[in-house]
Design a binder for this molecule. Structure first.
Ligand SMILES: Nc1ncnc2c1ncn2[C@@H]1O[C@H](COP(=O)(O)OP(=O)(O)OP(=O)(O)O)[C@@H](O)[C@H]1O
Ligand SMILES: [Mg+2]
Length: 352
């Protein structure tokens, strides 16, 4: 392993236009050394294009890419201390596993290559597989060979575009754990693209959410889940109730009142929103409490899901809320009237 301290990667206002379409739109980001970063967003939002610019396969229309003091923006891919594993990673079918992993290491002595390949086989729990052909391996094993190949040249930064996309669910969860463990052991910074929010939350130190070319929010998974900046982020990271209303006056703390069709509710105002603005109050189902206070609802449905009980609640105007609680907290059977409340500090007020 290289013993130089890995410098920080900085993206400055990176933009990529294809014709008039801004595939990536003024993205700025600092990546810490050794960080596991996930880029999350829907299809076509610019994730692969952003990765390709960092790797050098795509030239930014404007903006800069810096690694420590070094400006990478104009360097060709092979001169960057960065490696990329593509969305459809392809192993060379006619080469052995060892040949695939050692492919990028030509120029080094045979013994050095053999040693490096053997280390990587061990790291990826592929001891004994070196002489096999890729088509004799399972999907998960092939995935690990591709990862070993991407790691062979000891990049300071590894970019992985949907590395687990081809795996089925069980294998995918197992490989997520391995990816995380390998990254921890090596201390190489990883940027992993995914469009699976659960995968991003499980893997990442920080998540960056992209929408239509823009990086709209960056933070640790729990921050994005609890304090989403927009409705889009709120809905992307999990089930959420959105209650529309008008924002009340500014208060000394961050807690403000929202007048809804069914009465006032309170929440944390996320942005500098003006009094009277059309807003939604975002509340996670697990924060909805049925009790003596809150909005008047009728329980229309209760589904037992083993570890939780999910209820559907109807507001007077016909809109629904969902709650999710411990099955032991019984009461409020379908058909009964109830009040649905939530603590003000877990409700987030967002622009409508
Ligand atoms: N070479 C190109 N020429 C023209 N348009 C392109 C080119 N590459 C990408 N695009 C467009 O840029 C946008 C972003 O593409 P990109 O591949 O970065 O999306 P993505 O977020 O990786 O999507 P997915 O999750 O489907 O892989 C898309 O609208 C795409 O059609
Ligand atoms: Mg892509």
């Amino acid at each position: 392993m290289s013993d130089l301290p890995a410098p920080r990667l900085r993206l400055e206002e990176l933009t990529k236009r294809f014709g008039t379409h801004r595939a990536v739109d003024a993205v700025s980001l600092d990546l810490e050394a050794g960080e596991f970063f996930c880029l999350l967003g829907p299809s076509g939002c610019g994730k692969s294009t952003l990765l390709r610019m960092i790797a050098g396969f795509e030239t930014p229309t404007t903006g800069r890419i810096l690694l420590g003091e070094q400006d990478l923006t104009a360097l060709p891919p092979h001169r960057r201390p960065v490696n990329m594993m593509f969305q459809s990673y392809a192993l060379f079918p006619h080469m052995s596993v060892a040949g695939n992993i050692g492919y990028g290491l030509n120029g080094r002595g045979r013994a050095a290559v053999a040693e490096r390949v053997s280390d990587l086989l061990k790291l990826m729990r592929l001891d004994g597989f070196g002489s096999r052909r890729p088509d004799t391996l399972s999907g998960g094993q092939r995935q690990r060979v591709a990862l070993a190949r991407a790691l062979a040249r000891e990049p300071k930064l590894l970019l992985l575009d949907e590395p687990l996309g081809a795996l089925d669910r069980g294998l995918r969860e197992e490989t997520q754990g391995e990816l995380r463990a390998v990254q921890r052991r090596l201390g190489t910074a990883f940027v992993v693209v995914t469009h699976d929010p659960e995968e991003a939350m499980m893997l990442a130190d920080r998540i960056g959410v992209m929408e239509a070319g823009r990086l709209i929010q960056v933070g640790p998974p729990a921050d994005l889940y609890r304090r989403p900046a927009t409705r889009f982020v709120a809905g992307l990271l999990g089930d959420v109730n959105l209650i529309p209303g008008r924002l009340g006056p500014v208060s000394p703390d961050a807690i403000r009142t929202v007048e809804t069709a069914h009465g006032p509710v309170r929440g944390v105002a996320a942005a500098a929103l003006e009094e009277g603005a059309a807003v939604v109050v975002a509340v996670r189902p697990e924060d909805v409490v049925l009790g003596a206070e809150g909005l008047p609802v009728v329980v229309t449905d209760a589904v037992f899901l083993g570890d939780r009980l999910r209820r559907t609640l109807r507001l007077p105007d016909g809109a629904t809320l969902r709650s999710s609680g411990r099955p032991a907290e019984a009461g409020a059977a379908p058909g009964s009237d109830a009040r649905a409340g939530f603590p003000a500090d877990v409700a987030v007020i967002l622009p409508a």
